[in-house]
Write a protein that binds this ligand. Structure first.
Ligand SMILES: NC(=O)c1ccc[n+]([C@@H]2O[C@H](COP(=O)([O-])OP(=O)(O)OC[C@H]3O[C@@H](n4cnc5c(N)ncnc54)[C@H](OP(=O)(O)O)[C@@H]3O)[C@@H](O)[C@H]2O)c1
Length: 306
């Protein structure tokens, strides 16, 4: 069996519905300790499984360098997405979201550093990180900078890692080829905006689609301004009594297939540092979306819970 593919909007590229989010390769203290060999084995296993899109960022510590080192020689096998607006090295004493800078000088410096670290001459997708407002983008002339990089061939497509409240105005700008948006069974705030982005012709990279991995473990639910408050994901899951719908399915299978069931999803960029989790996620993705009646039943239960 193979993971099915969907069109990434107007990029015209067909991407596997499960792709790889490389944030877990950023190194300690914010990600698990992985040896160089383990990182190499994991990245090669991603490609060996047929996954053809990798998402990374300047902000993800050692992630870009590890991708360049271990799968740079397989560059034609994957659509490579990174981000800009980031400090060239993350401030040692800050936790995200820290200050980003969308000026031409910093965006260009980010791209040059990414190309060097990733061992490539082109990014397939350059995404503006951290969802700045349209006013901020205009004040910094960011879109013209992105378009200039595209004209120079350093970047093929431009995108936005967008969330509320600014995502609707990003879609209305009509300049972004792809949007990266959070979505899962317990985080449905952007559900209609994913539909709107796709209706505008853009591709959609869904993040958080594995709901940080383990719905049963409170410590794994993402906290902070980019996600849910501590315990909120678990509260939504329990209030909706999702366990009653599982019928033998693991919470991870349900979670991932719920995400894959969004009709406007192009791909979900699931992060993992664990090769067994990767293989498990591939097997789940091969099953594809949930049966339509189960997806609808779950959405009905989850709506009041959210
Ligand atoms: N602002 C932004 O643009 C932004 C923000 C956040 C993330 N991202 C991107 O989105 C990607 C995914 O986002 P995310 O990390 O927030 O959410 P996610 O993919 O829902 O969750 C990843 C977490 O789930 C765990 N996991 C994955 N598969 C598992 C399995 N089969 N069993 C148990 N645990 C499993 C991983 O831990 P293990 O390592 O133990 O498997 C990891 O901690 C990132 O890698 C990054 O590329 C972008």
């Amino acid at each position: 069996m193979a993971i099915s593919k969907r069109r990434l909007g107007r990029t015209g590229t067909d991407v596997t519905i499960l792709s790889y989010g490389a944030m877990e390769l950023r190194g300690q203290p914010r990600a698990p300790a992985l040896s160089d060999d383990e990182a190499g084995a994991l990245l090669n296993a991603v490609l060996d499984a047929g996954i053809n899109l990798i998402d990374t960022s300047v902000d993800y510590g050692t992630s870009e360098e590890l991708i360049g080192k271990h799968v740079g020689h397989r560059r034609d096998e994957y659509f490579l997405a990174s981000k800009c607006g980031c400090p060239l090295s993350a401030p040692a004493d800050a936790t995200p979201p820290y200050q980003h800078d969308y000026s031409p000088a910093n965006v260009r410096a980010d791209v040059e550093q990414s190309l060097r670290r990733l061992g490539t001459d082109r990014l397939d997708l350059l995404q503006v990180h951290m969802s700045p407002s349209r006013d901020q983008l205009e004040a910094d002339d960011t879109v013209a900078t992105l378009q200039g990089l595209r004209d120079e061939g350093k970047v093929r497509f431009i995108g936005m890692s967008g969330i509320l409240p600014h995502l609707p105005e990003h879609i209305a700008m009509g300049v972004f080829d792809v949007f990266q948006i959070p979505y899962s069974a317990v985080q449905r705030e952007h559900e209609d905006l994913i539909t709107a982005a796709a209706a505008a012709g853009a591709g959609t990279l869904i993040r958080g689609g594995a709901a940080r991995g383990a719905p049963a473990l409170d410590k794994n639910w993402r906290t902070g301004p980019l996600g849910l408050a501590q315990g909120e994901g678990q509260r939504r899951w329990q209030t909706a009594e999702i366990d009653d719908l599982l019928d033998g399915m693991s919470p991870m299978e349900f979670t991932l297939r719920f995400t894959l069931s969004h009709p406007a999803l192009s791909t979900t960029i699931v992060g993992t540092s664990n090769i067994d989790h990767l293989h498990g996620n591939v097997s789940i993705a091969e099953k594809g979306p949930l049966p339509a009646d189960l997806y609808e039943a779950a959405r009905e239960r989850l709506t009041p819970a959210s």
